[in-house]
Design a protein around this ligand. Structure first.
Ligand code: LLP
Length: 411
């Protein structure tokens, strides 16, 4: 359930008419519902009945500072994958001590900054990374907390591009190599093993994938027990799928139940790293129909604003923000970008005329964060609705913003 609903003939976000926002801030624009975010936050807060847990919001899915601040105020930690995301967490008032750093290409600068900021853990993804963290820690004369991100070789998730836990994927450390890492870390003066982590993919709708992963994590934790190491957490990553149309998807509570069942005998804290299942249905992208040509609804937002349809052939539900008496027909909804892949929806049945505003739904996750300036387009603003109020939380870029880092050729 989200809070984008029709009241009479107009689409509202909570108690705000979407048309009012479009008139004030123009299109395209991202609009988020605070109530939906809070409902999703609460469903994670109430998911676990027994186990101590920490929910680390995956910053990459929606990284606006105001949204991160909301999550922090609700006690959430953060899953980050870059130095930039760490800066965002800190700027939003988030707690580095509740922040885990994943990612296969952590630079020296990023590691040093993470160490200085005292993050909860680096999730190690390769042998070379382990030695790099150890060497930087020794120069800083600090013992650094780390976890091993393992690759459970589970084939899960939606599109090919968002699967991460298979043997052919670049992420994590394979099961048969983990013990080598444990042996090294257990003798290191500068590394302290505090957890095991994994993330098997995104848009996962079959909880059995998590069950299998939980079994692996349990088995590995038992192996690590033999070293006399007491782990602090077991991190099962993010990935819980959401409905983009009428898909029946598991809830955070159902996910937590499975994990609690499988890890009943373990005493470690459970960490989850949800992104999409918190931010996805909390956002829409509004766009105006500029022209109609044959079967094309040509709108003012494109793949530079919302990349998912072009990159993953993702299907987002779309509606006209005003109920419309125009005859409905099947449209190809396309954007202004000079690429034939700039299609937001194919053969989509709706009624629309030039000048109408459309809402592309479930665009809160991997929407604005994946936008770009391609075709020298300004990235859209972000607006947060709270009951009958709304506030701009990121301005539309200006052309000056786009050009400010570019230099003139010197004579
Ligand atoms: N943790 C790690 C280590 C991740 O790599 C990700 C997402 C998450 C957590 C959060 O996953 P979520 O709960 O949001 O599924 N751009 C793609 C999704 C890429 C996901 C990348 N990793 C899309 O638009 O579908």
């Amino acid at each position: 359930m989200d809070n984008f609903i029709f009241k009479a003939d107009s689409l509202y976000c909570e108690d705000v008419n979407i048309r009012d926002i479009a008139e004030k801030y123009g299109t395209p624009a991202y609009i988020y519902s605070k109530k939906t975010l809070e409902e999703n936050i609460n469903s994670y807060k109430n998911a676990f009945s027994k186990k101590d847990n920490l929910i680390c919001f995956s910053v990459k899915s929606l990284s606006n500072l105001s949204i991160l601040e909301l999550l922090h105020r609700n006690g959430f930690g953060f899953d980050i994958v870059s130095g930039g995301e760490l800066e965002r967490v800190v700027s939003a008032g988030g707690d580095p001590k509740k922040t885990i750093f994943t990612g296969i290409a952590k630079s020296e600068e990023e590691i040093l900054n993470g160490i200085k900021k005292n993050i909860l853990s680096f999730n190690i993804e390769s042998e070379s990374e382990m030695y790099r963290i150890e060497s930087i820690a020794s120069k800083e004369n600090k013992t650094v907390d780390v976890a091993i991100r393992f690759n459970p070789e589970v084939d899960s998730g939606g599109h090919e591009y968002i699967k991460t836990g298979r043997k052919k994927d670049k992420f994590g450390i394979f099961l048969d190599q983990i013990i080598r890492f444990v042996e090294h870390i257990s003798t290191s003066k500068y590394l302290n093993l505090i957890g095991l982590s994994c993330h098997i993919g995104s848009q996962i709708v079959d909880l059995n994938d998590y069950k299998i992963t939980a079994k692996y994590i349990k088995r590995l934790a038992e192996e690590i027990d033999k070293f006399g190491i007491k782990l602090e957490f077991l991190d099962l990553g993010g990935g819980l799928g959401i409905s983009y149309s009428n898909l029946d998807t598991p809830t955070p509570k159902e996910l937590a139940d499975i994990i609690e069942q499988e890890l009943e005998d373990r005493t470690e804290k459970i960490i989850l790293e949800p992104g999409r299942s918190i931010s996805g249905n909390a956002g829409i992208l509004i766009t105006k129909v500029e022209y109609i040509k044959d079967k094309y609804l040509i709108v003012d937002s494109g793949m530079n604003d919302l990349l998912r349809p072009a990159l993953y052939q993702a299907k987002h539900d779309i509606c006209n923000v005003e109920k419309n008496t125009a005859e409905s027909s099947e449209w190809n909804i396309v954007g202004p970008i000079c690429e034939s892949s700039d299609v937001l929806a194919k053969d989509f049945k709706m009624s629309a005329k030039e000048g109408d505003i459309l809402a592309i739904k479930t665009a809160g996750a991997y929407g604005h964060v994946m936008s770009s300036n391609y075709n020298t387009r300004r990235r859209p603003p972000e607006i947060l609705v709270d009951k009958d109020q709304y506030k701009i939380i990121r301005k539309r870029e200006s052309y000056d913003d786009l050009f400010k880092n570019e230099m003139e050729i010197e004579d």
